[in-house]
Design a protein. Sequence first.
Length: 273
Amino acid sequence: MTTTTNDARNEHMTGTDDERHRGPDFSGRVAVVTGGAQGIGYAAAEIMGDGGAALAILDWDKDAADRAVASLSRRGIRALALHVDVTDQPSVKSAFDDIRARFGRVDILVNNAGVAGPNRPVWETPPDFMRRMFEVHVMGAYHCIAEVVPGMIDVGYGRIVNVASVAGKEGNAGGGAYSAAKAGLIALTKSLGKELARKDVLANVITPGMVTTGIGARSGVSDERNQQLTALIPMGRQAHPDELGQLIAFVASDRLTFTTGSVFDASGGRATY
């Protein structure tokens, strides 16, 4: 998959490593990031870890999760790698039991696990593929939310950040299954935010556009498709994972206090609502 490497993106990435990852204070917090072994998830985990959070990296790719935790550990960050299939409720429960045994609680949940797939019209989309999109993006987030919310309510604090997509707001031609699942995740977040509004447990969703190391790159999206979607971005480039990581870290932090059930756009101007 072709990635965008233009001057604008490179300018964003200037500065020292510490400067680029400086963010909110997460001292004493415990954060869980699904799909946290690479890309957006890893970028967010790194920023929160540098801010003092202890981390649990949940990923389908255990080897990648182990590498991510090794990298975080070299930065002095406490981190745990767990192999998890978010579509499987017992797998999720087992992982969160391990997290609570290790860290005692969960303060922050970032639902970032996701998959993409081949480009095809809605009427040619196989039923199993449609179900797979909803199982990962909606049910996967739901399984994790159900594990953490009771504990967050008990202590009167929590931050939930769901990672959807601009496709869930606008719909991508040829990507109906993915778009519909991400729209479902957006609606789930809005309902959850209202339900928890008086519990000091805030639930919000971010909607990225194209990202240089996003799930499309790991799912065999063609160069032609990549170029088509990049052309829709007014900024004329794809986001770098660190740009999304910074947004996730802010939404997951104590700096956010009066926003819940909301959508934070990160599409380079493609969607302005």
